[in-house]
Ligand binder design. Structure first.
Ligand SMILES: Nc1nc2c(c(=O)[nH]1)N[C@H]1C(S)=C(S)[C@@H](COP(=O)(O)OP(=O)(O)OC[C@H]3O[C@@H](n4cnc5c(=O)[nH]c(N)nc54)[C@H](O)[C@@H]3O)O[C@H]1N2
Ligand SMILES: Nc1nc2c(c(=O)[nH]1)N[C@H]1C(S)=C(S)[C@@H](COP(=O)(O)OP(=O)(O)OC[C@H]3O[C@@H](n4cnc5c(=O)[nH]c(N)nc54)[C@H](O)[C@@H]3O)O[C@H]1N2
Ligand SMILES: [Mo]
Length: 735
């Protein structure tokens, strides 16, 4: 595997051309990419009515490998009918995430009944009748409804409406495994749950602090923005236990100069230990106070809790800060110095912040730091959780959550003239745990891979096996279809966004709502998500509720309902006629008036957690490679980290030596949740010693179900592991 010294660049371009060839030519790919549909991958947002590859600042061509991979995946041929009579369940279980994904598109409903060896194709009629019969036989609270962030606002709205009218609030989405801590932390401090800035604000910032994320690989189009910030003399501070190649240097493919010479991204790169961010952020805040660099009028006029926080910062010892962050005082000084000089700072973060038992506190500590210098509530500065899935934010906005906002709940009832259940709903992890306890009987997954995304894979399989029935609406095969089997497992093939017969909408991480036109179906067989849910509604609830489910097959109807029910979405009612995409009102904070009860932001005080580890343990993060999108693996290699395979553990060379291991040695990795054998040791100088890296979703065999109590997000980035030679190193060396 060739080691690349920068992110982006020619490898990304060659890849594009190769993918285009695979799907039948550059023109075909170009047309698909340019269609008026929101991009399918991350939530940075592009496409929609401006046409594909246009971002929120109106720039073209914006393109990344991820969007091509997702498109190429949807452009695959159909899985042949004979596939499911050839490959048994046992054989499907042996296929890797990549092999499952590359089988092709799902085009026929499939049924697996426990005890049988194979999935078999069934008709849509049989599939829907079976599901409806099952639902009619169950108490509603014995069912749950999970939604990934790839589906449209319309499908998400309809599925939660169906579930609630059916009688349960067990409605949730993948955000509980993702940015929930950001929503909770921002809600507790600012009274809002999303980015306070626009893309344009970020481009005008003179400092971007990028904490716990790897956008070079996961949000490549953000790199153009970071390049612009640097180009204008601004600074980018990266806080990450791994020195990610693409965050040091990135070749922006759409910029010839950058493509040739690369662009330096990080002005300062600081490596805390895994889980050390809260201590580090507290340390920077302490130093800002010591430097007298706080914005006192702002703190006095627009914040609450400053006296408590300043007392706490004073009382917190430097020794604790240094020990619990793993960062030297000099580095903390360097960050504080840069921040104190910044006129407009934007704080951005991703899973390195949220995937911890103190994820919400991490987010609150970021907000503290921003508020200290008055960096929220004005243009060109603010906070920005970098969202994952292309519509994960919309799915949350329109109500795929266990608890609806009071206003939404009330309007949902009055709009449809219905009474909705008030029993508490279960979050995602609670659904899995309640299933394991035998108290749930049915699950429906609108997209995603609930099995693959779960911590403790063995437990997740056991939990799902206790259900009478699980229903998966998907476009391609994934590990959930092989390992997440219930008494009866039904797979329903659905259309991708750009194949929808009617328009749909999506919301970006900058709170911008896009309209996707849809397009011609690529295969006969898959149905629109909305049509499937409306059909179930008609079968299960037609006589018991006033909702006319046949009419709910119209996405325009659904948009009218969302516009009437969800504050900020009013413009959705006319979007079919106006084609006007819009910014959700009240989300972008350009004035220091916060949507809290008293209009003030809240500063929060936190005790610093001790670093996990020691006693022969390493702290393990489970992360994405460059060649995957979540549980979907497109390529086994990870270009930027120089890895040619996924069954590896990356360790600092000091740890390799200290543990008496050798490069390429086979080891067993053990955690409190499980064990993975035959893992290859790879020395990786870019990771801070004491910390280790493995790839998700495979490593979910090791991740325990420890979750942040406030956001219920599992600590996917902080797993204590022991690494032991399968065969002692001395034997390997022939001693
Ligand atoms: N190509 C691609 N793009 C994607 C996805 C994908 O799978 N593939 N997934 C999408 C989704 S749903 C999401 S949520 C995002 C995820 O985007 P990211 O959050 O960027 O993805 P991860 O791979 O989980 O890695 C997070 C980064 O956090 C760092 N990290 C780990 N632990 C810590 C810590 O304790 N502190 C700090 N400061 N950093 C830490 C890791 O070194 C790594 O660089 O990407 C979205 N975009
Ligand atoms: N150990 C560990 N675990 C993690 C993470 C981690 O970093 N480490 N990250 C977590 C995060 S951030 C997230 S977001 C979750 C991801 O959790 P999910 O969102 O549940 O999983 P995905 O892998 O994104 O889902 C992939 C499937 O979506 C389907 N799909 C694609 N397009 C469509 C569509 O248009 N409609 C429908 N209905 N289906 C479609 C395809 O069939 C594909 O197999 O995983 C979490 N789990
Ligand atoms: Mo995510």
């Amino acid at each position: 595997m060739k080691n690349v010294s920068s992110g982006g660049g020619w490898p990304a371009i060659w890849y594009t051309l190769r993918k285009a060839r695979e799907v039948g030519g550059f023109l075909k790919m170009w047309k698909a990419m340019r269609s008026r549909n929101a991009c399918k991958t991350c939530a940075l947002g592009m496409g929609g009515q401006a046409g594909g590859m246009v971002n929120e600042a109106g720039r073209f061509p914006e393109v990344c490998k991820k969007s091509l991979q997702a498109m190429a995946s949807d452009m695959q041929g159909a899985i042949p009918a004979s596939f499911f009579s050839t490959y048994s369940i046992a054989q499907l279980q042996c296929l890797s995430p990549r092999e499952l994904e590359s089988c092709g598109r799902l085009t026929q409903p499939l049924l697996h009944v426990r005890g049988e060896n194979f999935y078999r194709a069934i008709s849509w009629e049989e599939a829907l009748a079976r599901i409806a019969d099952k639902l009619r036989s169950l108490p509603a609270d014995e069912t749950f409804w999970y939604t990934s962030g790839r589906s449209s606002n319309e499908a998400g709205f309809l599925v939660q409406l169906f579930a609630r009218l059916y009688g349960t609030n067990n409605v949730n989405n993948c955000s509980y495994y993702c940015h929930q801590a950001s929503g909770v932390g921002l809600g507790a401090t600012l009274g809002t749950g999303t980015a306070t800035v626009l893309l344009e604000d970020v481009e005008h910032a003179d400092l971007v602090m990028l904490i716990g994320g790897n956008p070079a690989s996961n949000h490549p189009r953000l790199m153009t923005t970071l390049k612009r910030v640097r180009g204008k003399g601004g600074a980018v501070i990266v806080i990450n236990p791994v020195r990610e190649t693409g965050l040091v240097n990135f070749r922006v493919p759409s910029d010839p100069r950058s493509l040739l010479f690369g662009t330096k991204i990080a002005s300062l790169y600081v490596q805390p230990d895994i889980g050390g961010d809260l201590a580090l952020l507290t340390g920077v805040a302490k130093r800002i106070v010591e430097m007298g660099a706080t914005d006192e009028p702002f703190l006095r006029d627009h914040c609450q809790g400053w006296s408590e926080l300043s007392a706490h910062l004073r009382a917190t010892s430097w020794r604790d800060i240094i020990e619990r962050s793993g960062v030297a005082e000099d580095d903390i000084d360097a960050i504080a110095g840069r921040y104190a000089r910044a006129k407009n700072a934007v704080f951005a973060w991703t899973m390195g912040i949220t995937h911890h038992v103190h994820g919400v506190q991490n987010v609150e500590a970021i907000v503290n730091l921003a508020l200290l210098r008055g960096m929220i509530g004005r243009p060109h500065a603010g906070v920005m959780p970098i969202r994952g899935h292309s519509n994960v934010q919309g799915i949350g906005s329109i109500g795929v959550t266990p608890k609806l906002k009071d206003a939404v709940f009330a309007r949902l009832q009055s709009h449809f003239g219905v009474t909705l259940p008030t029993s508490p709903g279960l979050d995602t992890l609670a659904c899995v745990e309640t299933a394991e306890a035998g108290r749930l009987k049915f699950g429906c997954c609108l997209g995603g891979n609930l099995f693959g995304s779960n911590p403790d894979a063995a437990y997740a399989a056991r939990a799902l096996a206790k259900l009478d029935m699980i229903v998966y609406l998907n476009t391609t095969l994934n590990t959930g279809h092989a390992h997440g089997l219930a008494g009866e497992t039904i797979i329903l093939p659905v259309l991708a966004r750009d194949e929808e017969p009617q328009p749909t909408t999506q919301e970006s991480m900058f709170n911008f709502v896009r309209l996707s036109d849809g397009g011609p179906a690529r295969h006969a067989g898959p149905k629109s998500e909305v049509e499937v849910i409306a059909d179930l509604g008609a079968r299960v609830l037609e006589t018991s509720t006033p909702v006319d489910w046949a009419k709910m097959k119209s996405t325009r109807r659904i948009r009218e309902a969302i516009a009437a029910i969800v504050p900020g979405f009013e413009q959705l009612a006319a979007i079919d006629d106006t084609k006007r995409e819009f910014q959700i009102a009240g989300r972008t904070l350009h004035e220091p008036r916060f949507p809290t009860v008293d209009g003030r932001a809240r500063l929060k005080v936190h005790d610093l957690p001790e670093l996990a580890g020691g006693n022969g343990h390493l702290r393990l993060m489970t992360v994405r490679s460059e060649g995957q999108f979540n549980t979907v693996v497109y390529e086994d290699y990870d270009l930027y980290r120089g890895q040619d395979r996924r069954d590896v553990i990356l360790l600092n060379p000091d740890d390799v030596r200290r543990l008496g291991l050798a490069p390429e040695q086979l080891v067993t990795v053990t955690s409190e949740a499980g064990q993975m054998a035959n893992i290859l040791v790879r020395p990786f100088p870019r990771i801070k010693a004491g910390n280790a890296l493995m790839y998700y979703p495979e490593a979910n065999a090791l991740v325990p179900r420890r979750a942040d109590p406030r956001s219920r997000t599992p600590a996917f980035k902080s797993v204590l592991v022991r690494v032991e030679a399968a065969v002692p190193a001395a034997v390997v060396a022939g001693v």
